[in-house]
Design a protein around this ligand. Structure first.
Ligand code: ATP
Length: 321
């Protein structure tokens, strides 16, 4: 990969290249944001989640300087460049991939001398070097997303704002984009990643902000969000006369934290649910005690707190209106 002399590759200041405080924004009668804080940390990914209409794009647009908020402050470390990948393709369909990128490179102020090498670098990164002379209007949706991402990382911005970058892309392109986002964070960029795909946030993000109706319902680490949802459980479906004795033994066993709950499934089998903060330890206890009693384990599954369950707990199970 060519070494480039780029204007700003990472923030040199506080480690928080951009901070938004108490942001409020309305469009006519619609209150899109009602006092939201957002702190972007250098070298890590912040997952921005929310139902349709929660205010994510509005917040991204304010962070990118495209919209001026009605209230609140946006503080950007001096010298920090911001790369934005908007939800809608901001590309010229009649221009080739390379022409689009060259145009954007100049528009964002990359030094003339570095444009050729930088455009070649980002085209290679998104695996489209061999398509550089084709018009973007003829690209597939996934290729347009990859070019959009290439445009956002031109010049190695200190902050990277990605608004649903993997919508409509195939699994190969999705994996490539996720790897590239990890690389961007690893080189020091502060990344804001807006998406409806929880597993992507689970993979990438250290911090999470969940917006709901223009307010942050949660802001903190992904770890603390999951921890607040309670512990994982092990569910066992059991048959055999020793089921009740096994439950009593599990309750009495010091290795089990808390009580095992018993319920009867529709088919009459017993379902035992026991706290399992350590999965392996829980399986070990069940395996030890299961040998002692006349029971058969028909099925076994873990029920762990997930980002999706946390999201629904915080934003409700209703679809947006
Ligand atoms: N230019 C605009 N004019 C009028 N209303 C707007 C405008 N932009 C956003 N809104 C409204 O502001 C609210 C927040 O919209 P926003 O696009 O920020 O949500 P979002 O979380 O990005 O949604 P999605 O997940 O669907 O992209 C919505 O009610 C939306 O209709």
């Amino acid at each position: 990969m060519p070494q480039l002399d780029l204007p700003v590759a990472r923030t040199e200041g506080t480690g928080t290249p951009i901070t938004l405080s108490r942001i409020a924004m309305s469009f006519g009668d619609v209150r899109a944001l009602a006092g939201v804080d957002l702190t972007v940390k250098a070298g890590s990914v912040l997952g921005l989640l929310g139902q349709n209409g929660a205010g994510k794009t509005t917040l991204m647009s304010i962070a990118a300087g495209l919209l001026r908020p009605d209230e609140g402050d946006v503080r950007v470390d001096p010298g920090t460049r911001i790369g934005l990948m908007p939800q809608e393709h901001a590309l010229y369909p009649m221009l080739t991939a390379e022409e689009n990128l060259r145009f954007i490179a100049r528009a964002v102020g990359l030094p003339k001398a570095s444009v050729d090498a930088e455009v070649a670098r980002v085209l290679g990164a998104v695996n489209l070097a061999d398509r550089k002379d084709q018009r973007v209007g003829g690209f597939s949706g996934g290729m347009k997303r990859r070019i959009g991402f290439a445009a956002a990382i031109l010049g190695g911005p200190g902050v990277l704002l990605l608004d649903e970058p993997t919508v409509g892309v195939d699994p190969q392109s999705r994996l490539l984009l996720l790897e590239l986002i990890e690389q961007e964070a690893a080189r020091g960029a502060g990344v804001v990643y807006s998406t409806h795909y929880m597993e992507e946030v689970g993979r990438l993000a250290r911090d999470v902000v969940i917006l709901h109706e223009g307010r942050a319902r949660f802001a903190g680490t992904l770890e603390s969000l999951l921890a607040a949802q309670g512990t994982a459980h092990l569910e066992l479906r059991l048959t055999g006369p020793g089921t009740e004795a096994l439950r009593a033994a599990l309750d009495a066993d010091p290795r089990v934290e808390g009580k095992a709950e018993a319920a009867t499934a529709a088919d009459g089998t017993c379902v035992l649910r026991l706290p399992a903060p350590d999965r392996l330890a829980a399986v070990q206890v069940v395996s030890d005690l299961g040998r002692t009693f006349d029971v058969h384990i028909d099925d076994l599954r873990f029920d762990a707190p997930s980002l999706e369950s946390a999201f629904i707990a915080l934003t409700g199970s209703e679809t947006d209106s």
